[in-house]
Every structure is written in C-alpha cells, then in structure tokens.
Design a protein around this ligand. Structure first.
Ligand SMILES: [Zn+2]
Length: 351
C-alpha cells in the first residue's frame, strides 16, 4: 500500500500541533546551567553525517499515511542537518563533554566508548521527559483524539511493543495512565543512571559501561544511534525471563542497549554498549554478534531495522545497492510486521 501524500502532510501537521509545548530544552549536565541550549546531533554531523550525505541529503525512515489511514514507515530523503538532534545540553557542555568523540578519530578508547553510550543515555533521558509531557497532553484529550492517539504512539512503541492486542489495550484510559506511571518510574531510573555516569566522567574513571565493538573492513555509508531494550534475538527467542519482562513493563528494570554505528578510517564501527549492571540480563543479546562476518552483518542489519529509527544511509548507496523490491522489504521489516517478516532477513552492509 502506498502513501497518500496529502494525508501524510495532514498527519505531520497534527503531530506538530500535538507536540507543541511539550518540548524539553535544558542542559542535562547541570540543572542550573544558564548556557544557551543547542540542537545537539546524536550522530556527529561534520564527522559522520557529512560522509554519507549526497548534496546535503541523507535517507532515513519517516512516517507515511495511506489512503486507508494506516501508518507506514518509508525510506525518505531529508536534509542531513535536520537528522536526529536533541536539545539536551548547552553549547559549552556539549562541546567540552564530547570533545573526545567529536574532535578526534575513533580509536576505540574506553573513554570514547563510554562517551558514545553516555550521549545515547542522555538523549534517551531527554526523550523520556518529552514523551511524558506528550503523554500527559494526549491523555488529557484522550477521547476526542482516540484515532490520532494510535498514530502518535505508534512510533514510540513500535519497536518492541506493537501488536494488535497491545494497541487495543492501549486505547483504554486506565492502561494509558498506567503507562504514564511506568514511564515516570523509568524516568527516575534513567536519572539515577545518568547521575551515576556523570560522576564517572567527573572522576575520569569511565567505568560502569560495557562495550562490545564490531568492525567491518570497509566504510559502509550507514550511521545509526539508538537506545533500546532488545526483547528478542535474531532467532526471535526472548532475551528476558518472564519475571524480567514484567519488571521491564512496570518500569522497575531498564536493560538498555546503546548502539552507535558509523564509518571511519576505512572501516565501519558498531559499538554496542550497556550499563555494566545490566550486562547479566543481556548476555543472549550480545551472543548474536559472535558468529562469522556475514552472520554479524545480517544480525546487525536486523537489529537496526527492528530497533533503530535513528538510522541514516547515503541516498546513492540505497539507490545503487537495493532493488525496489528490497527497499519495500526494508520498510516492512522496519515497521515490524512480525508475522510476515519472520521468514526473511536482509543485509544492509553491501559491497
Ligand atoms: Zn550547560
């Protein structure tokens, strides 16, 4: 089913109306910081995004609405400067904190791996604050916005929670309120974790993060930065036990993966990190990336498509290396119609 452009425009308009007044703009480093807040790129614009852009454009996934009001995710071309920014630091703190990864080549130091994960966590903390604001606003208007509600939530919950049953439940106000409460608990956890990592930066110890780095011997024009809870591995096996899963749903356990992917120095790096204390829950996830190079490429591709909306490709690369049919497959995999997509996979790293 293809996009109805007018409906997509209408949808985007409604989204921005709804998001109005819910934006968070603050320096997470220090509540009292009075520095000017900047739009920080979660993926370094000059270092990596510039590398994959063609005439200032990149490809990523954007929402599209069909004639029947269904939401799709489509591969779309956008300007690279509008890709994945967040207002979570003032200009000065953003510069000072991330110098080691902004201004220097990536050479896999403990500090660099730590900072990549720290920035992903900061972005997640910022996103959680905004999402709570949005939820509050939406819940206040729940009845009249019911249809729209599904659309609004689709992006946030798509990755791990989307299925028909869940969406159905989600339309009840009590469930919605419960989700808001759980989000608040998760926010508390995120704040504690953020403060903990902040101390480590101040002390220059850079402990507390476990990072697993994978390298491909070629620069693929793919960049990605995201934070997610990996519910299943590449074989669709559950990562967590029932008890762990319940705790995650209730917001009292938050075993996140921070993934950073970028081409540099003739290679492509994939940094997969988690908090050291969560490593025990994530062994099954990390095991997915211990096979041959081909296995790794396939499993990382699936990981991206299932968890990372914050991913960009070079337009030329997508044009040259993927057929129309494959592009559709990528979109479908990204939208995670699990039942339909269980039987195929795709490699995003092509020579
Ligand atoms: Zn600041």
């Amino acid at each position: 089913m293809r996009e109805n452009k007018e409906k997509t425009i209408e949808f985007n308009k409604k989204i921005s109306e709804l998001y109005k007044g819910t934006e968070v703009s603050e320096c997470l480093w220090n509540e009292d910081c009075s520095g000017k807040i900047v739009k920080a790129h979660s993926i370094q614009n000059n270092r990596y995004l510039s590398k994959i852009s063609d005439n200032g454009k990149i490809i990523n996934f954007g929402p599209a609405i069909t004639e029947n009001n269904e939401l799709l995710w489509q591969i779309k071309e956008i300007g690279r400067s509008s890709f994945s920014t967040f207002k979570g630091f003032c200009g000065e703190h953003d510069k000072v904190l991330f110098q080691e990864i902004e201004d220097k080549d990536y050479i896999k130091t403990k500090e660099q791996n730590f900072l990549f994960a720290f920035r992903a966590l900061a972005k997640e903390l910022h996103a959680k604050k905004e999402s709570i604001n949005r939820n509050k606003k939406i819940f206040e208007n729940l009845k009249k916005e019911c249809d729209l509600f599904i659309y609004i939530y689709y992006p946030d919950y798509l990755k791990c929670l989307f299925n028909q049953e869940y969406l159905y439940k989600f339309q009840c106000k009590e469930d919605a309120l419960e989700i808001l409460e759980n989000d608040k608990l998760t926010l508390k956890l995120l704040k504690l974790e953020f403060e903990d990592l902040k101390e480590k930066i101040k002390n220059k110890t850079y402990n507390g993060i476990h990072s697993f780095v994978i390298e491909f011997d070629k620069e693929y024009p793919v960049v990605s930065n995201s934070t997610f809870i990996p519910y299943q591995n590449s074989k669709f096996e559950n990562i967590f036990t029932k008890e762990e899963y319940d705790k995650i749903q209730k917001g009292s356990l938050n075993p996140m993966i921070f993934s950073n992917i970028f081409p540099a120095s003739g290679k492509t790096f994939i940094i997969l990190s988690c908090l050291e204390k969560d490593r025990i829950y994530l062994e099954k996830f990390f095991k997915d990336f211990s096979g041959t190079i081909e296995d790794k490429k396939k499993n990382i591709s699936m990981m991206i498509l299932r968890n990372s909306e914050n991913t960009a490709f070079s337009p030329k690369y997508i044009q040259e290396k993927f057929s129309e049919k494959e592009k559709e497959m990528i979109e479908e995999l990204f939208a995670e119609n699990m039942a339909d997509t269980m039987h195929y996979s795709i490699n995003l790293f092509r020579d």
